[in-house]
Design a protein around this ligand. Structure first.
Ligand code: 0X9
Ligand code: CA
Ligand code: ZN
Length: 449
């Protein structure tokens, strides 16, 4: 059967959670998180959702039922979860019989002038890259390492921002017959740390080529794709008012309603909307969109992934999609509780689990099948595996809980929390020539490569 969330971790987190709940502000500050609470004069944002600690749900089935209210589940504990919900979703969760406790909002900056658009992250967060800053940094890296790094515009977001794919390899301008690996980030607008993860990888893998033996060998023998920002519109919207908006979805309007946005990680074209793992209500955090791949951002990236089928063979062998938060390494499937079944043999499951645990041993995250948390349908990792047979993982980055900053940890953590995943990334790159090597079955599955 599926592994349960290890008791040790849940116990520690439960203790942490109750500590933070007893004195949220003090606990948060003790751990280096930003001060919470509103600054006098800050404009209240009636629309913005809030985080709640919900006591009650103790099984994946109970959490899936809770997710059906349209709230997003941000943390999972043995007998409680943390959710993000608007007023209606919070009421629906209460109707399920659970007890809700509201958590402090992310920090509020002094109000911007009416109508003014914030150009940068607020104080304490300026180390995060806005879309414009990330673009500038990427262009500078491409100019500095033209033989190793190339940039393609693979399409545009709903609001017209460029969606980029960066390729890293020796002889980068040639399509060589080398195993390819894909790293994606920032499907969810408020998960800004994931863009920093992508930028860290771009910097690390270019600047260490020729001096670090492992990096050199991997760039010599792999083709690495990095899509650093799947949801630039959502990211910009999340910071535009000068206060964080806790926004999750993209910024695509929905017909017949004023409710904006699709949850990109419920919009992928594999078992889309199949299994109560997403919402059909445009008002919800986990709205799956009008149809599979209806979000332009998902369409563009799906098309890019399919473009890597060369001579009938998908060149991309492995992938990580970066999210925050909870410090987890997740693997498919998310749409079903079953470990194995159609589309997932025992050997495939064992390969996923073995590599997932190996990576988690390097960064201290908790490894598990994604449906151990709750059911999700239309998520990217299910698509990449189910449709393209790519060994695709989801990483939920720092922190482990809202007490350490939740979706909004300060910029001082960026360096430590991105480099923390270096070893896991290098291991996946190394295994990309034959993931089945992780379970000793390379001769059975990868002969003649
Ligand atoms: O709900 C999600 O999309 C992810 N959590 S987040 O807080 N970043 O929104 C978890 C997805 C888990 N399911 C799969 N990876 N399939
Ligand atoms: Ca190459
Ligand atoms: Zn996410």
């Amino acid at each position: 059967m599926r592994p349960r969330i290890p008791g040790g971790r849940t116990t520690v987190l439960a203790a942490l959670l109750s500590l933070a709940l007893a004195a949220p502000i003090a606990a948060a500050q003790a751990q280096g998180a930003p001060p919470h609470g509103s600054v006098a004069g800050a404009a209240p944002d009636a629309e913005r959702p809030h985080q709640y600690e919900v006591t009650g749900p103790a099984t994946a089935a109970a959490r899936t039922a809770l997710a059906a209210t349209g709230a997003s589940i941000d943390e999972v504990h043995a007998r409680a979860v943390v959710i993000t919900a608007d007023r209606a979703q919070a009421a629906a969760v209460r109707r399920l019989g659970h007890t809700l406790r509201r958590l402090p909002d992310p920090p509020v900056a002094p109000p911007a002038a009416p109508g003014a658009r914030a150009k940068d992250f607020p104080p304490g967060y300026t180390g995060y890259h806005t879309y414009a800053e990330a673009t500038k940094e990427i262009d500078a890296l491409v100019a500095k390492y033209p033989a190793l790094l190339s940039k393609q515009v693979i399409g545009t977001s709903h609001e017209g921002r460029n969606l980029l794919a960066l390729k890293l390899s020796k002889n980068v301008s040639k399509d060589e017959n080398e195993p390819e690996v894909l790293f994606t980030a920032h499907q969810h607008a408020r998960e800004h740390l994931t863009v920093e993860m992508a930028l860290y990888l771009l910097n690390e893998l270019t600047s260490k080529y020729g001096s670090d033996a492992r990096v050199t060998k991997l760039l010599d023998s792999r083709e690495i794709w990095i899509i650093p920002d799947l949801n630039p519109d959502g990211g910009a919207y999340d910071i535009a008012s000068g206060n964080f908006r806790s926004w999750r979805k993209n910024r695509q309007p929905n017909q017949g309603t004023s409710q904006v946005g699709t949850d990109l990680n419920r919009n992928w074209d594999f078992k889309w909307g199949c299994c109560d793992g997403s919402s059909g209500n445009p008002a919800d955090e986990t709205y799956r969109g009008a149809s599979a791949a209806s979000a332009p951002e998902v369409q563009v990236v799906s098309k890019f992934v399919r473009s890597r089928i060369v001579g009938g063979t998908q060149q991309i062998k492995a992938a990580i999609d970066f999210h925050t938060y909870s410090e987890l390494v997740l693997w498919p499937f998310g749409f079903t509780d079953d470990d194995t079944g159609p589309g997932m043999t025992q050997d495939e499951h064992d390969t996923f689990a073995t590599i997932g645990k190996k990576m988690a041993a390097t960064n201290g995250y908790t490894p598990e099948q994604s449906s151990d948390l709750y059911i999700t349908d239309g998520a990217i990792d299910d698509y990449l595996w189910g449709d393209q047979r790519i060994f695709a993982y989801t990483f939920e980055m720092y922190p482990s809980s809202f007490g350490s900053g939740g979706f909004y940890p300060r910029d001082s953590v960026i360096s430590k929390q991105t480099s923390r995943n270096r070893e896991a990334v290098l291991q996946l790159l190394d295994l990309a020539d034959c993931p089945y090597r992780a379970i000793g079955k390379q001769n059975q599955y990868c002969k003649g490569r």
